[in-house]
Design a protein around this ligand. Structure first.
Ligand code: MN
Length: 226
């Protein structure tokens, strides 16, 4: 352990991507903090609309699509996203966009939190190995996030047993579409920042990096790189 002690073991348990319940529907996950917890970096009104309206719409539209394919609805969402070519034409776009939206945002909310401290444990070593240091890592994330044209995400992925890589995706696509599991992602759709930051995505990305829940991300890295 370096820098701070790490409570390991709950990161994957706290993030259930396969949220289909017995009724084969997905539900909007509760935010793990208050709407204003990320102020002043991400404002409460943005959180209210982003979580309560945008994410809810992905949930509703995914459920509408899955209701027409009860057998498919029993599959874990990450499997559906990985195997889009096996999803019937009639709901493929809905699964890709709304299923992707549900998965991406479910992880995103867990990834944020009140500022507490930086990465710990294995994640520190992975950042240093892959990017040099925390500042260089955050610079690369900001530049990658800025490079996304229109709407999309910037992702951090485990790479090998002790490294990290960064990728971007358009729309609600994600590493899950390629059968890979993201460590965390930052939403660069305008709906994530327009109320407070208007067109200033760089300012939003700098702010979002102030409210990354590094305890969660560090524990998730340990789980994913086991
Ligand atoms: Mn979003």
């Amino acid at each position: 352990m370096t820098r701070r002690n790490l409570i390991v073991g709950s990161a994957l348990a706290a993030f259930q991507l396969n949220a289909q319940n017995a009724a084969s529907t997905v539900t909007l996950p509760k935010l793990p903090y208050a709407l204003d917890a990320l102020e002043p970096f991400i404002d409460a009104r943005t959180m209210e609309i982003h979580h309560g309206k945008h994410h809810q719409t992905y949930v509703d539209n995914l459920n509408k699509a899955l209701a027409t394919q009860p057998e498919l609805a029993k599959q874990p969402l990450d499997q559906l996203l990985k195997n889009l070519s096996s999803v019937p034409d009639s709901i493929r776009a809905a699964v890709r966009n709304s299923g992707g939206g549900h998965a991406n945002h479910s992880l995103f909310w867990q990834t944020l939190g009140k500022p507490k401290g930086g990465p710990v444990g294995k994640l520190v070593k992975a950042i240093d190995k892959s990017f040099g240091n925390q500042a260089a890592f955050e610079d690369k994330l900001r530049v990658s996030g800025l490079s996304v044209f229109a709407s999309g995400w910037v992702w951090v992925l485990p790479s090998g047993s002790d490294g990290l890589s960064i990728e971007t995706s358009p729309n609600q696509d994600s590493p899950w579409n390629a059968g890979k599991t993201p460590l965390f992602g930052l939403d660069v759709w305008e709906h994530a920042y327009y109320l407070k930051y208007q067109n200033r995505r760089a300012d939003y990305l700098a702010a979002a990096l102030k409210v990354v829940n590094w305890d969660f991300v560090s524990a998730r890295y340990e789980d994913l790189s086991k």
